[in-house]
Write a protein that binds this ligand. Structure first.
Ligand SMILES: Nc1ncnc2c1ncn2[C@@H]1O[C@H](COP(=O)(O)OP(=O)(O)OP(=O)(O)O)[C@@H](O)[C@H]1O
Length: 294
């Protein structure tokens, strides 16, 4: 069990924002922090990893107290057993894949854990290559393997797949799920991708202004909404055109762009950059399997 009870004053663009979270995360769960930019998701991961200090509160992981403001306990990031993966891979450019993994090893650690990781993450063919010659998906597999070298108790994932295109992201979601289960980790994932969250997460915390707005399974947060439809995608408004009879809204859904016909009145309520749900009740889609190599 991870018990997180933290308070931190943050300087948001609009003024001071108090991040106040009280979470109990069951060991072995994969939970997601979801919410718009600036609500305190990354700051929460930084406080768990010891890179940022809460103003007050406690962080307890199983039977260890990593942080306790009142009793002046504050373990260093090195002592906390945390694996951290960011959107930008942060690999050492002058080292090969194998050297990057070896560098993360503890002094007394054997090489066998590295060989296991190379096998699980399918890095065998890539181990003597330098990061510059790898694709984004390959680099992120190395970054994930490196985060696991020291057998962390908690895996922190800060939008790790956001920079990848949808087919590669889909494949890497499979890797994330495998390592989470295989290493019996407790994983905290920041993601804006509703499909990814539904696929991976046991529990979602939706944040707003540093507080929990809603929590529950992905199904309760995203699927059992009032809107019903056979297909639902979240997207971002790129362009709004008011034509003679209808409005046309151009929406980005992940890496795809679609045009949706709406009434003038609906179009007039939208602004460029708005997040929207694109729902369709009646059409017969075609399905093509995408072959991916990473
Ligand atoms: N060390 C700090 N001290 C004070 N305020 C900070 C500090 N670090 C970040 N902030 C502020 O806290 C707010 C929340 O930032 P944070 O990165 O945690 O948000 P986020 O929800 O992860 O957003 P995003 O999705 O854009 O990454 C921001 O307004 C940021 O400027």
């Amino acid at each position: 069990m991870i018990k997180l009870d933290i308070n931190k004053e943050l300087q948001a663009a609009t003024g001071t924002m108090t991040l106040r979270l009280n979470l109990n995360i069951e060991s072995g769960q994969l939970i997601t922090l979801y919410g718009p930019s600036g609500v305190g998701k990354t700051s929460t991961l930084r406080m768990i990893s010891g890179l940022m200090q809460p103003d007050s509160g406690q962080i307890c992981v199983e039977d260890e107290t990593w942080f306790d403001a009142e009793n002046k306990i504050n373990w260093s990031p090195q002592k906390r057993k945390v694996g951290y993966v960011f959107q930008d891979y942060a690999l050492f450019p002058h080292m090969t894949v194998l050297e990057n993994l070896n560098f993360a090893k503890a002094k007394n650690q054997t090489n066998s854990s590295i060989s296991d990781l190379i096998e699980i993450m399918e890095l065998g063919q890539l181990q003597n290559r330098k990061p510059e010659s790898l694709s984004g998906g390959q680099k992120q597999r190395v970054a994930l393997a490196r985060a696991l070298v020291q057998k962390p108790k908690i895996l922190l994932l800060d939008e790790p797949l956001a920079a990848l295109d949808s087919a590669i992201r889909h494949k890497l979601q499979g890797f994330l799920k495998t390592v989470h289960q295989e290493f019996q980790l407790t994983t905290i994932l920041i993601s804006h991708d509703v499909g990814e969250i539904v696929k991976l997460a046991d529990h979602v915390y939706q944040l707003e202004e540093g507080k929990i707005l809603k929590q529950g399974t992905p199904e309760t947060i995203f699927i059992e909404q009032n809107l019903s439809g056979k297909f639902k995608f979240t997207g971002e408004v790129l362009k709004i055109q008011q034509e003679e009879i209808i409005g046309i809204v151009t929406v980005r859904i992940h890496t795809d762009v679609v045009k949706v016909v709406v009434q003038h009145e609906e179009a007039s309520k939208l602004a460029i950059g708005d997040q929207v749900l694109v729902v369709s009740k009646a059409f017969t889609p075609l399905l093509y399997k995408i072959e991916v190599s990473i």
